[in-house]
Ligand binder design. Structure first.
Ligand code: FAD
Ligand code: DLZ
Ligand code: SF4
Length: 518
């Protein structure tokens, strides 16, 4: 009797329709799920991210068993656990006398490299199949990118609209425009009251995982006190339904707003569940579209939301595989300053940064504008090393996987890729943060003051950033105006900005070693 086919399912492949199972039958297949120290510690993930993935993996194993699959589940504290995907797959091939291995391609370059080795290190045939949960298959993305001088999300997004038929009226976009971004810039109006987030009870699986993580990963960043991420398909469905009903209608308008203490506002907070496979992204977009078609949410909100998923998310994933492995070391603006300590401790008088680090620590979450325009913008302006910034973003968010975190950090935020992903760096002074948040009112710094003692550090840093990168950035059409303003300033004014920024930069304490990689 030939042995079964072994199907390893990784911690971000928790979908019943995962491609590795598509042509398998339960009586001829053993599914292998592995909790391994290599994955829990290759960076020192936020405690909540580890808890989310391990609890969701344990629940998914139960879901698979209930419908008849055989699941060999290796727990983290199993004394026989050898600690890595590679060694655990080898052990399982032997244990089950498997006749072959079939696995869905992983999300990360690092794991893909390991999997390529399986072809020679394992004594059986290894088949790696494409991940069909993405809307744009990688070969299609490469074909789209080939020969284009400039890669831009907006053009790719239109292709995805045509391909999926989402918000299309024949071959035209619904509402006559592809993009309603201009309607999505509402600031933090007084009295803005987002609806409460859905809460999920912790069952015994989640309670066990939380206790284990608290004990075993005690010195990792982050708190488990507020742990509320969906860990089952049912939780994820409840989170989706609550978002579509309560928050989607105002998602567009307040997408860019930041309010102290309101950690989720009108955002979906669905990225962790989407990324690990508890929510199908295309199905989510179809349900969002139905909210508009049935008159329950405005077009600008639904278009904005769908653009994030079929546009940004798919574009980012394509760019990751197109640009790796070089992207991991990219440093187009030669930024070398170490990450400041306050990214871990939150201990800074800059209210915007302390508040964004606070929600990151409490929830393993910050919304897009907090990541891009506060945490990311500061790192860009201060010239923090892209590898330090990327490690931080990979550690601290529940939704962080290399394929999505790295292009966002190196491409969208830091411009380390020389402008391959985005048409200009999203650099901004304090005025932007003041317009889009309520942080500045209670900050130790004065956002209106440009230089000297008590001035908002973002103001001088903004000009310092432009001045020190003038050779590389002055030719960018979209930066022509700020460079013209810089050149119109008097020599004294420019010196004042540069000296003020330099003085501030000397106050930054580099982070203690060991927070991200131990
Ligand atoms: P919403 O604002 O409600 O958006 C809806 C969905 O759109 C998200 O759930 C997500 O699936 C998708 N989306 C939106 N923007 C992006 C984007 N730029 N890239 C990919 N998907 C997007 N997202 C991650 O999933 N993992 C990461 O590790 C990650 N790192 C980031 C790092 C930086 C520096 C920046 C600027 C952005 C990063 N993002 C990342 C994108 C985005 O910030 C998060 O997807 C979003 O904040 C998740 O919260 P939400 O579900 O409430 O999103
Ligand atoms: C992020 C993560 C963590 C913390 N732990 C595990 C684990 O123990 N087992 C597992 O299968 N996956 C884990 N993951 C997710 C993996 O890192 C992710 O599936 C790969 O990086 C995919 O490329
Ligand atoms: Fe941030 Fe400057 Fe506003 Fe303070 S004044 S919250 S440092 S933008």
């Amino acid at each position: 009797m030939p042995g079964p086919v072994l199907v390893p399912i990784l911690g971000d492949q928790l979908s019943p329709e995962i491609s590795s199972l598509a042509d398998r039958k339960p009586d001829d297949t053993v599914i292998l799920m592995m909790e391994v120290t290599e994955e829990t510690t290759y960076v020192r993930h936020h405690k909540a991210k580890i808890a989310l993935i391990l609890s969701a993996m344990r629940h998914f194993a139960e879901e698979l068993r209930e419908v008849g699959w055989t699941v060999d589940y290796i727990m983290l504290d199993d004394p026989a656990n050898t600690g890595s995907f590679t060694s655990e797959v080898a052990r399982a091939v032997h244990r089950h006398r498997a006749r072959g291995v079939q696995v869905t391609e992983p999300g990360e370059w690092r794991v893909r490299q390991a999997m390529e080795q399986w072809r020679t290190s394992l004594p059986v045939r290894v088949r790696v199949v494409p991940d069909t949960r993405f809307i744009c298959p990688l070969p299609d993305f490469y074909a789209w990118a080939a020969g284009r001088k400039e890669l831009r999300m907006e053009w790719f997004y239109r292709e995805m609209r045509r391909k999926t038929g989402l918000l299309m009226d024949g071959d035209k976009p619904e509402g006559g425009r592809w993009n309603f971004d201009a309607e999505n810039r509402g600031g933090p109006e007084a009295g803005l009251q987002p609806p409460a987030m859905p809460a999920f009870e912790h069952d015994s699986i989640t309670r066990d995982v939380l206790a284990m993580v608290e004990q075993r990963f005690a010195n990792h960043f982050g708190s488990l006190e507020n742990f509320g991420w969906p860990v089952t398909r049912a939780d994820a469905e409840a989170a989706t339904a609550a978002f579509l009903k309560d928050r989607l209608p105002l998602f567009g308008k307040y997408q860019d707003a930041m309010v102290a203490g309101e950690d989720f506002l009108f955002h979906a907070a669905l990225s962790p569940a989407i990324n690990i496979g508890l929510i199908d992204p295309l199905d989510l977009c179809r349900r969002a579209e139905a909210e508009w078609r049935e008159g329950r949410a405005p077009l600008e909100a639904v278009e904005g939301f769908i653009r994030q998923i079929i546009g940004w998310r798919e574009y980012i994933r394509g760019m990751y595989w197109l640009e790796m492995p070089e992207l991991a070391d990219a440093n187009g603006l030669d930024a070398a300053r170490p990450l400041p300590d306050f990214y871990w401790t939150g201990d800074t008088p800059m209210r915007c940064l302390s508040e964004c680090v606070r929600t990151t620590r409490d929830n393993a979450y910050a919304h897009h504008i907090q990541r891009l325009m506060v945490l990311g913008n500061f790192a860009l302006l201060a010239g923090i090393s892209p590898q330090d910034v990327s490690d931080w973003f990979l550690v601290v968010y529940a939704d962080a996987f290399d394929w999505v975190e790295l292009p966002n950090v190196a491409g969208m935020v830091l411009h380390a890729d020389g402008g391959r992903l985005a048409s200009k760096p999203y650099a901004a002074s304090g005025a932007y943060i003041d317009r889009m948040s309520d942080y500045c009112g209670t900050c130790a710094f004065d956002v209106k003051k440009k230089t000297g003692e008590g001035a908002c550090p973002f103001n001088a840093l903004y000009w310092h950033f432009l001045a020190r990168n003038e050779k590389k950035l002055a030719g960018y059409h979209r930066l022509a105006q700020p460079y013209a303003t810089w050149r119109r300033m008097t020599e004294d004014k420019r010196t004042e900005y540069l000296e003020s920024a330099e003085t501030f930069l000397t106050t930054l304490e580099p982070a203690a070693a060991g927070w991200a990689r131990g």
